[in-house]
Design a protein around this ligand. Structure first.
Ligand SMILES: CC(C)(COP(=O)(O)OP(=O)(O)OC[C@H]1O[C@@H](n2cnc3c(N)ncnc32)[C@H](O)[C@@H]1OP(=O)(O)O)[C@@H](O)C(=O)NCCC(=O)NCCS
Length: 167
């Protein structure tokens, strides 16, 4: 992987580790993260430091991937998906000073191989989205999602398994 820094009027990539044949569309803001071979990143996506994205993923426009998020290979992330890494966020400390990185604890989230996250999904921190799981559009994910599960709603509930044979 090469580490890339590009700053122009269409993109800001700071110390981003890029695999081969990565396609990054305009107006992406990414820093201190890594993006694997063949992955596509749509417009207006932000990817924070320490986030990792595997190979051959599709990250659709307007999505926010924060520190602590680890996305495996072959994952589809829809438009406007929001990840979370702080369950009880605060702007300031009790003494009124602005919080810094030392004042909060990043909670990690994992999206495993081949999972698909629908548009406008919000994923609370500390969850694992299992292999080939599907999260329905607009869902709020608050708990782990098993491999192959199809979940939807607020909070996201199990609808069925993707490999289930319905008769
Ligand atoms: C979750 C999903 C995979 C389910 O698809 P499905 O198995 O074909 O489900 P159906 O359309 O048969 O719907 C089954 C039930 O679930 C409900 N449902 C479907 N998707 C839902 C969602 N995202 N949130 C809440 N309920 C949902 C339907 O209203 C229906 O309810 P009913 O039985 O009370 O009428 C699909 O609806 C979805 O959200 N896919 C994500 C699409 C997306 O975001 N793509 C991004 C790129 S464009």
């Amino acid at each position: 992987m090469d580490t890339v820094t590009i700053n122009n009027d269409k993109q800001s990539l700071q110390n981003v580790r890029l695999g081969k044949d990565v396609k990054i569309y305009n107006f992406v803001n990414a820093y201190g993260c890594s993006i694997g071979d063949g992955t596509k990143v749509g417009t207006f996506v932000e990817i924070q430091k320490g986030a990792t994205i595997g190979k051959n993923c599709k990250i659709s426009s307007h999505t926010f991937i924060c520190e602590g998020v680890h996305i495996a290979d072959d994952v589809f992330i829809g438009h406007n998906v929001t990840f979370i890494n702080d369950k009880y966020p605060q702007a300031t400390n009790d003494d009124g000073s602005l919080q810094t990185e030392d004042d909060w604890h990043c909670i990690e989230t994992n999206v495993e191989e081949g999972a698909s996250i629908g548009s406008s999904v919000t994923i609370l921190c500390g969850v694992r989205i299992g292999k080939k799981a599907i999260v329905g559009a607009g869902s709020i994910v608050t708990r782990d999602v098993p491999n192959n599960a199809v979940v939807a709603g607020n909070p996201a509930r199990l609808m069925k398994y993707a490999n289930q044979i319905l008769v």
